[in-house]
Design a protein around this ligand. Structure first.
Ligand code: GDP
Ligand code: ZN
Length: 459
């Protein structure tokens, strides 16, 4: 058990309302409370896990600082697994600060940011990914994202990662026995056996990585950009998607060349969509601003919706735009299909082989729900249901799982190339180590410091 001095901090946000909590944790927590709290009963006699009314009094001069409710929580059933006292004050920030100062005068030390959570982690109450979930929970703004943080806090992610890691460690042990004690009784492990099994671990990790993208999308939404030549139907599409109610902004001089944004909901995914001026090299100043913004918008976008005028067909310019997009997620709309014949559509389709395209008519409102489904398919593959899955929302976790997957792939390559098992085990060890850095089973002091310093004080 990790043991240290007694810490104290204001654990409610600063500057909001008149009520606040001071938290004290450590061996001296009860001793300090005994000295400064005066209630109906002597603090020593108060039962654990109860809330008690009384006053905070400075023992040095007898001054009353505030009327309070004090919770006494005896270890180990506490957040930090140490003795914890929480003082619920009624006074404002000044009173809170005075009481905190009193606690410190009586033997507590001011807690560092995240130190309560750090202790919970070090004392085995929660693992590292759960500790980070506490940060996410504090920071999460939307309902859905706080659900994701809670499920992480509950350890869903940890359970999956721990299972994967212990599988890897099991192989390592098995490899070690095979390599070091060739005359043992245990069934000898072969490269083929390991190959299949670590392949399965890799697949599971891969699923979690996919969840990262999903988690990010639910938290932050998708940034989409509509591009296409003037008059192709960009504003009409924006109107269709946002439900027609929006004022039509086209044809106001100056603004048509600029960027217009709209926030819409596509099957439960928040999407910010931008209607751009056409991408063309131009001398027109107003249009130039629009074009530059368009380039930037494309760089930052998660999704490009490119519209092609069915009547005009594909031209050099459209092709230029297509090559410029690189490997961005792209959906092409062949618009105005209501005014052309089948042959013309077929001609365009043959030029778009291998690309995702949808035939639309903004005039008739066709192809819109197909577009919405294509977007959902592209980003979340099916329903968005936070409760049923582990959503990876933390970039540190994502990077470590990526590395673990690469290490497993290297191990698999080594097996394919008939390398010796002890060479294979180097990569498997790395993979296990990366996973351990997420749950905290193997983690360096530096990383830990980095993580806990992201907490606000008092958490
Ligand atoms: P933007 O310049 O790309 O934003 O194009 P707009 O959305 O402003 O549309 C330009 C013109 O094309 C308008 O007169 C629209 O009514 C018309 N338009 C847009 N989509 C369609 C379509 O699918 N079929 C037909 N027939 N006309 C369309
Ligand atoms: Zn427009």
């Amino acid at each position: 058990m990790y043991k240290e001095d007694t810490i104290a901090a204001i654990s409610t946000p600063h500057g909001t309302g008149g009520v606040g909590i001071i938290r004290i944790s450590g061996d001296k927590a009860f001793e300090i409370a005994q000295k400064i709290f005066q209630g109906k009963k002597d603090f020593k006699l108060i039962r654990s896990h109860t809330i008690n009314y009384g006053k905070i009094i400075n023992p040095e001069n007898g001054n009353i600082l505030d009327e309070v409710l004090v919770s006494k929580m005896e270890k180990p059933k506490t957040f930090t697994r140490e003795d914890v006292v929480e003082i619920n004050c009624h006074g404002g920030l000044i009173v809170l600060k005075n009481i905190l100062e009193l606690c410190i005068n009586q033997g507590a030390r001011l807690a560092e940011p995240g130190e309560f959570t750090k202790r919970a982690f070090l004392n085995g109450r929660i693992d590292l990914s759960q500790a980070e979930a506490v940060i996410d929970l504090i920071n999460s703004k939307t309902n859905e994202s706080s659900k994701a943080a809670i499920s992480q806090l509950e350890g869903k992610l940890s359970r999956k990662l721990k299972a994967a890691r212990s599988k890897l460690i099991e192989f390592l042990a098995h490899i070690e026995v095979t390599v070091d004690y060739p005359e043992h009784d245990i069934e000898e492990i072969t490269g083929q056996m390991i190959y299949k099994e670590i392949g399965e671990v890799k697949e599971k990790l891969y699923d979690i990585i996919k969840g990262f993208e999903k988690g990010r999308i639910i938290r932050e939404g998708i940034d989409a950009v509509i591009i296409g030549r003037p008059n192709v139907g960009k504003s009409s599409l924006l109107n269709e998607l946002s439900g027609k109610s929006r004022a039509i902004v086209t044809d106001i001089p100056g603004t048509t060349r600029d960027i217009i944004e709209e926030y819409i909901n596509i099957n439960g995914i928040p999407m910010r969509i931008i209607d751009t001026a056409g991408i063309r090299e131009t001398e027109d100043v107003v249009e130039k601003i629009g074009v530059e913004k368009t380039h930037r918008a494309i760089d930052e976008a998660d999704l490009i919706i490119m519209m092609i005028d069915a009547k005009r067909g594909m031209d050099e310019e459209d092709n230029k735009i297509l090559t410029m997009l690189g490997d961005k997620k792209l959906i092409i709309l062949i618009n105005k299909t209501d005014i052309v014949d089948e042959n013309q559509i077929n001609r365009i389709e043959s030029l778009l082989k291998g690309k995702k395209y949808i035939k639309t008519s903004m005039k008739e409102g066709t192809g819109i729900s197909e577009l919405e489904n294509a977007i959902t398919e592209l980003f979340v593959q099916g329903e968005v249901n936070i409760n049923e899955e582990v959503l990876l929302t933390n970039i540190r976790h994502k990077n470590l799982i990526d590395r673990a997957v690469s290490s497993i792939e290297r191990a698999m390559d080594a097996i394919e190339n008939s390398m010796t098992l002890d060479l294979v085990s180097i990569d498997v060890t790395d993979a296990a180590d990366y996973l351990g850095q997420i749950t905290g089973e193997s983690v360096s002091e530096d990383v830990m410091h980095e993580i806990f310093s992201r907490f606000c004080l008092g958490k």
